[in-house]
Write a protein that binds this ligand. Structure first.
Ligand code: SAH
Length: 244
């Protein structure tokens, strides 16, 4: 199983090259690019130095959803302390948990654009958020530096000879399976005319965050899918009142 680094909306191709180099130093090989502004590009190749093989093998996607589809664990990164209910972890703890998840599933670590970071919608697809602790006065690292710090911790936790954590018994549901669960929930909410009372239509984003935080395994996801299907099959045809 592998850890992939996903860069979303990267503006400077030089940064993509520097990320490839940081990854290769730390034994990471899988680079995924979501809507890179310029790629391939001479600046990327120059900054990658001896890691240009990673650039050649890099996969380019139109959406974050596609880039993480087969991953069980998706970790977002942010320089900002967001006042939102994500589990915030530091790189060392994050790497220890990644080492465990890697024994049974693929892991993605997602980085945002140089200017804006990850959007809330992108963060809603992540199980946790990792922030590199910094001086409060200036929290934002260059993206390749941020990849370097996190990749280094992953390397320490997974390099040959590192203690192997016990794998979880049941694999986590993949991002794609979670997307199907959310579609199913949305469909049932619509069928039962459930009203969004969050103000501003945030219900699905909240639900996503709730279940992503819970990190469902495949059995738990199947239970929920079963419940939803049962609700659909028992639902009274619209317009009929309940028999007493
Ligand atoms: N202005 C943006 C900063 C983007 S820096 C913001 O406020 O979010 C580009 C990317 O580098 C970020 O999206 C994140 O993936 C990573 N990064 C930068 N500093 C970081 C930090 N302190 N901890 C974790 N990731 C960081």
């Amino acid at each position: 199983m592998s850890t992939r680094i996903v860069l979303v909306d990267t503006n400077h191709p030089g940064n993509i090259g520097a990320v490839a180099r940081a990854m290769k130093n730390m034994g990471l090989r899988e680079l995924c690019l979501v809507r890179p502004k310029f790629f391939p590009h001479a600046d990327a190749t120059a900054r990658a130095s001896g890691a240009d093989d990673l650039l050649e093998r890099a996969r380019v996607f139109e959406s974050l959803e596609e880039a993480i589809a087969d991953c069980g664990l998706v970790v977002g990164t942010s320089a900002r302390q967001r006042h939102l209910p994500w589990d915030l972890v530091e790189p060392r703890e994050c790497a220890a948990r990644i080492a465990q998840e890697l024994r049974i599933g693929h892991v993605a670590v997602v980085f945002g654009s140089e200017r804006y970071g990850l959007t809330n919608e992108e963060l809603a697809r992540c199980n946790w958020l990792v922030t590199i602790p910094t001086d409060d006065e200036y929290r934002s690292l260059n993206i390749a530096m941020a990849v370097q710090v996190i990749a280094y911790e992953i390397w320490l936790a997974t390099r040959p000879g590192a203690p192997e954590p016990a794998p979880r018994e049941v694999p986590l549901a993949t991002a794609e399976e979670m997307t199907r669960l959310y579609e199913h929930i949305e469909q049932v909410l619509e069928e039962i005319d459930f009203r969004d009372r969050t103000g501003g239509g945030h219900l699905m984003a909240r639900i996503r965050r709730l279940f992503n935080r819970a990190q469902l395994d495949q059995n738990e996801m199947n239970i929920l899918r079963g419940v939803l299907t049962a609700v659909q099959s028992r639902r009274r045809p619209a317009g009929k009142s309940a028999a007493r």
